[in-house]
Design a protein around this ligand. Structure first.
Ligand code: G
Ligand code: G
Ligand code: MN
Ligand code: NA
Length: 252
């Protein structure tokens, strides 16, 4: 397949890059964190979305070198943002590697980023909740001081009983729930789900980020519910590391 073949060369040819989407404390819109998002500009096809090439990379084993590059590059970028954490999406395939915690430790050591400033976003899958190797890796990462959040929370496989026992520091509420908040045609179900997620997060003493804030209505409803953190196109689109650095300098 074309994508699988070309992705193998993309790293060496600098066709991959990262954008960073700011995550804000909703109370005062202070920028506290940024999510690294991978971009691939193919020499002839142009931009290929991660939803297309990440599954390919997972299938053909390229997710390890690509994921390691993402980790290093994101940690490096975060060095230039005092007080702002960086969060990196991690594939379940990476998480199943016995040496994944070691890979993360190496990226931190190479870049000199303090572990507390790195967060890993893990998608909800059965593997995350049910594989003992994953449970061990998560504990190793927490012992390092790295933060761990559950991505797309509320959209997929939520083993809530198991979640309670996991060493996580945050959850990210899926944007499909946020999108429904203002209309909430299902008798207020989106609002009930958001409340429940906030309640669970508070009980676990972890933070909660609302994804996909696109409008003022989204922002105001989440503020009214006391949602601590949020991101979305209505607040800021994904930007380059340099642009994020400039934003921070302008804010001080
Ligand atoms: O940026 P965009 O909305 O196109 O991202 C689509 C999907 O790709 C999201 O689910 C996002 O989590 C995922 N994604 C983006 N960057 C990375 C990455 O560096 N690693 C992994 N594993 N997934 C990523
Ligand atoms: O699955 P994950 O939450 O990692 O997906 C992140 C993706 O969501 C990124 O590709 C990012 O570009 C996209 N995204 C960020 N903010 C918004 C938004 O407000 N609306 C929509 N539709 N997508 C967004
Ligand atoms: Mn994410
Ligand atoms: Na995701």
């Amino acid at each position: 397949q074309v994508l699988a073949r070309d992705l193998g060369n993309a790293l060496g040819r600098a066709e991959l890059s990262l954008r960073f989407q700011p995550i804000y404390r909703l109370r005062d819109l202070r920028l506290v964190k940024a999510e690294a998002l991978l971009r691939w500009t193919h020499p002839t096809l142009g931009p290929v979305p991660p939803s297309e090439f990440i599954p390919v990379a997972e299938r053909v084993g390229l997710i390890m070198p690509v994921g390691t590059w993402v980790l290093q590059t994101a940690c490096e970028a975060a060095r230039g943002w005092p007080g702002v954490r960086v969060s990196v999406n991690v594939s379940p395939v990476q998480l199943l590697q016995a040496d994944f915690a070691q890979t993360v430790r190496a990226a931190l050591q190479r870049t000199g980023l303090r572990p507390r400033r790195l967060e890993l976003e893990l998608t909800e899958t059965a593997v995350l909740y049910e594989d003992d190797r994953v449970a061990r890796t998560l504990q190793e990462l927490r012992d390092l001081g790295v933060r761990i959040s559950i991505d797309d929370f509320g959209s997929g496989y939520s083993n809530l009983a198991r979640l309670r026992t996991m060493p996580i520091t945050g959850v990210k509420l899926d944007r499909s729930i946020i999108v429904d908040l203002p209309h909430d045609q299902n008798g207020g179900f989106a609002r009930a789900l958001t409340r429940a997620a906030l309640d669970i997060a508070a009980h676990m003493r972890v933070d909660l980020t609302a994804e996909g804030i696109e409008t003022c209505a989204h922002l105001e409803m989440l503020r009214a519910l006391d949602c601590p953190l949020g991101q979305g196109h209505g607040l800021c689109r994904p930007i380059t590391a340099e642009e994020l650095g400039a934003l921070l300098r302008a804010a001080h």
